[in-house]
Write a protein that binds this ligand. Structure first.
Ligand code: SF4
Length: 190
C-alpha cells in the first residue's frame, strides 16, 4: 500500500517539524488508520425530499468527521463538516485569532480530496467556535494545489535527524514538550 500523509500533519509540520516525529513515536493509537483504507465512518444526517414524480427520497444533508482521501496529493484525513446540499465545507477551530498558513493547507487538502471523491463544493470557510465568527476563504485553484503539493513533498522528504533549533515559545505550547529531547521547557498545560 502506498504511504499517505495525514491531513493534520500539514499544520503540525509548520508548527514544528519535530512534533511529527514525536507523534509517530508516542501516538501509535492511529496506527490502524495509517494502514487501513480510509472509510467514511463519520456522522451523516439526512433529509427527506420528494423527487419530480412525488416519490420520497432521502438525501444526505450534513457529513461530519468523515474520512477523505486524495490520491493526487497523497493525503488522507477527516473533514470537519460538509453541508452537502449547500455545497459548503467548514473547518471549525476552538478560537481563531489568526488564520495560519497551516490552517489553509488543511482546508485546501480537505477541499481537493472531496472534489476528487466527486463532491461539489462552492464555498469553504473557517468557523471560530468561541466567538462564533465565520471566515470565508477563496476556493483554492491550480496555484494553491501546486503550493500544497510542494508542502506535502517537503514533509515527506524531511530529515528528522538534521540539526534542529527549537522555538521556546512553541515548545511551551506543545503537548510533546515533556517528552521532547530538543527542549528543557515544559508546556503550559502541566
Ligand atoms: S517540544 Fe518544541 S521542539 Fe519538541 S516537538 Fe514540541 S515544539 Fe518541537
Amino acid at each position: 500500500m502506498e504511504t499517505y500523509l495525514p491531513i493534520s500533519y500539514l499544520n503540525d509540520f509548520i508548527f514544528c517539524p519535530y512534533s511529527l516525529y514525536l507523534h509517530q513515536v508516542f501516538d501509535n493509537s492511529e496506527e490502524e488508520v495509517y494502514s487501513a483504507a480510509p472509510q467514511q465512518t463519520g456522522k451523516a444526517s439526512h433529509i427527506n425530499i420528494d423527487d419530480e414524480k412525488g416519490n420520497k427520497k432521502q438525501i444526505t444533508k450534513i457529513l461530519k468527521g468523515i474520512y477523505v482521501i486524495s490520491n493526487r496529493l497523497g493525503i488522507y484525513g477527516k473533514i470537519d463538516t460538509l453541508y452537502v446540499s449547500e455545497k459548503r465545507l467548514v473547518e471549525s477551530k476552538y478560537h481563531i485569532t489568526t488564520i495560519y498558513k497551516g490552517y489553509y493547507y488543511q482546508l485546501w487538502a480537505q477541499y481537493f480530496a472531496l472534489i476528487e471523491m466527486g463532491y461539489v463544493i462552492n464555498t469553504i470557510s473557517f468557523f471560530s467556535i468561541k466567538d462564533r465568527k465565520t471566515y470565508l476563504v477563496n476556493i483554492p485553484e491550480e496555484s494553491e494545489f501546486q503550493e500544497l503539493r510542494q508542502h506535502i513533498r517537503t514533509i515527506a522528504r524531511y530529515d528528522f535527524e538534521q540539526e534542529f533549533i527549537p522555538n521556546p515559545t512553541k515548545c511551551s505550547h506543545c503537548i510533546y514538550a515533556a517528552l521532547c529531547d530538543k527542549t528543557q521547557n515544559d508546556h503550559v498545560y502541566t
